[in-house]
Design a protein around this ligand. Structure first.
Ligand SMILES: Cc1cc2nc3c(=O)[nH]c(=O)nc-3n(C[C@H](O)[C@H](O)[C@H](O)COP(=O)(O)OP(=O)(O)OC[C@H]3O[C@@H](n4cnc5c(N)ncnc54)[C@H](O)[C@@H]3O)c2cc1C
Length: 420
């Protein structure tokens, strides 16, 4: 039996046992040849759908259904899955660029996409050796499944490297019940990939990552999501009660998954989304300054220098992301480099720097527009961009990251050359 036949049989089997079969259409599962122009036009379509509904998504604090439906129609949810499993085998650079394009249109859509792709990246890199997870990835491609993430639990805030709730059960089946403080788009997702303590007797840092599909769990709302920004992420809190097969636990420990993929990939994808928000703010500020120049017969308005500053910080942010992507690509084949203090603190500090630059850029863009940027109405309002981007420093608190990195800052010295 070849792997293709086995995989498809497996998907049907899995669906059947759960009583919620969802057709796997072989025709739609055929791998698509990645092509930069083709990808650009597909992303543009999704971004257009996201932009058209961004204001309503924000006003109503609702899931960006139209944008995610468009992403499904354009098969963007599976572009990072290897081609042999039905995806397009695209890497972090392409994914981060999609996050950027979506961030220009609708921050919530971009962040949802970034979180989904982070989970896909974990499954692709760390689930490859597991038949169950290969089937999940194949099904994700065929059905364009959207995956949510659950790491934040109870009162632990952004302490991702400790879990309270344990996986329980026997050799075949497992259960998990956790108080998930925040699960973005939990209700809209087709599955949740969650951290958990390995077992009741395990230390809180001895974690695993488990993938559950919608038919495996129930969500009981603990709180809603009426937030300053990122309102379309619908990041409510839930009691997650899940059960499934023990094979649904990814084979590698979460410690490895976190350092090799989860942390660096999340920080890169998030920073792409934030750079997109900042780009939209810069474009708006530029339009404002152009209009002012036109109205005054060629005189630059006094706030024009803020536009220049916004452009400068945005340029720095783009450079930072490009450098971090190159660093991730160079490290990704070598576990020792991925696990090194230098790489880990570098990718954590990338998050801190990128979030601060994104906020600074949007602030400067707003100042360039003055009152027209501050007010909530009019063509140059910057309110949504500013509210959305203010999530960046708190989404895993910069303070927490800086405090955790403090000890590593004592090691080593500054490089001898700027080319090191
Ligand atoms: C838009 C959005 C979407 C999200 N989606 C999800 C999701 O889908 N799934 C999920 O699991 N989580 C999600 N989260 C949660 C996120 O991952 C973090 O867990 C959360 O933002 C941290 O919350 P906190 O500020 O309450 O916690 P904490 O990290 O505990 O921070 C609380 C306060 O303590 C300060 N602080 C913390 N540690 C230190 C320290 N060592 N030194 C000094 N000060 C410190 C912080 O600055 C902050 O003021 C989301 C968050 C946002 C903003």
């Amino acid at each position: 039996m070849n792997i293709h036949t086995a995989t498809i049989k497996g998907v049907h089997q899995t669906s059947h046992t759960r009583g919620a079969p969802r057709g796997v259409h072989l025709a739609t599962a055929a791998p698509r040849q990645p092509d930069a122009a083709d990808l650009r036009s597909r992303v543009d379509k999704v971004a257009a759908a996201a932009a058209a509904h961004a204001a309503a998504v924000d006003n109503q604090s609702r899931f960006p259904r139209e944008a995610i439906d468009a992403a499904r129609a354009e098969r963007l949810l599976s572009i990072a899955v290897p081609r042999e499993l039905g995806g397009e085998g695209l890497g972090a650079a392409e994914i981060v660029d999609v996050c950027y394009a979506l961030g220009k249109a609708c921050a919530s859509t971009a962040m949802i996409y970034a979180m989904h792709q982070t989970k896909v990246a974990c499954l692709v890199r760390h689930g490859r050796g597991s038949a169950w997870h290969r089937l999940l990835l194949r099904r994700l491609c065929a059905e364009q499944l959207l995956l949510a993430s659950s790491t934040t639990e109870g009162q632990a805030g952004g302490d991702v490297r400790h879990s309270a709730a344990p996986v329980e059960g026997g050799a075949a089946r497992i259960t998990l019940e956790r108080q998930a403080t925040v699960i973005s788009y939990g209700e809209a997702a087709d599955g949740i990939v969650t951290t958990a303590r390995r077992a009741a007797g395990a230390a809180s840092s001895d974690q695993v990552l488990v993938a559950f599909l919608k038919e495996d769990y129930t969500l009981e709302r603990l709180n809603g999501w009426d937030a300053l920004g990122m309102r379309g992420t619908c990041s409510a809190g839930f009691k997650l009660a899940a059960s499934g097969l023990r094979e649904q636990i990814l084979p590698e420990p979460y410690e490895t998954i976190h350092s090799h993929t989860m942390m660096p990939f999340a920080h890169l994808a998030w920073s792409g989304a934030w750079a997109g928000i900042a780009a939209a703010a810069v474009d708006r500020a530029r339009a404002f300054v152009r209009k002012a120049v036109h109205r005054s017969g060629g005189t630059l308005p006094p706030g024009a220098a803020h536009l220049t500053r916004a452009l400068a910080t945005h340029r720095t942010l783009r450079g930072l992301i490009a450098a971090a992507l190159a660093r991730f690509a160079a490290a990704s084949a070598d576990p020792a480099v991925l696990e090194s203090v230098d790489f880990q603190s570098g990718m954590n500090l990338h998050k801190v720097n990128a979030s601060e630059l994104a906020v600074a850029t949007v602030m400067s863009a707003m100042q360039a527009c003055g009152l027209a940027g501050y007010r909530n109405d009019g063509d140059f309002t910057m309110g949504r961009h500013l509210r959305d981007v203010l999530s960046a420093p708190i989404m895993i608190s910069n303070d927490r990251i800086l405090a955790n990195a403090a000890a590593a800052s004592l090691l080593g010295g500054t490089p001898a050359s700027l080319r090191d």
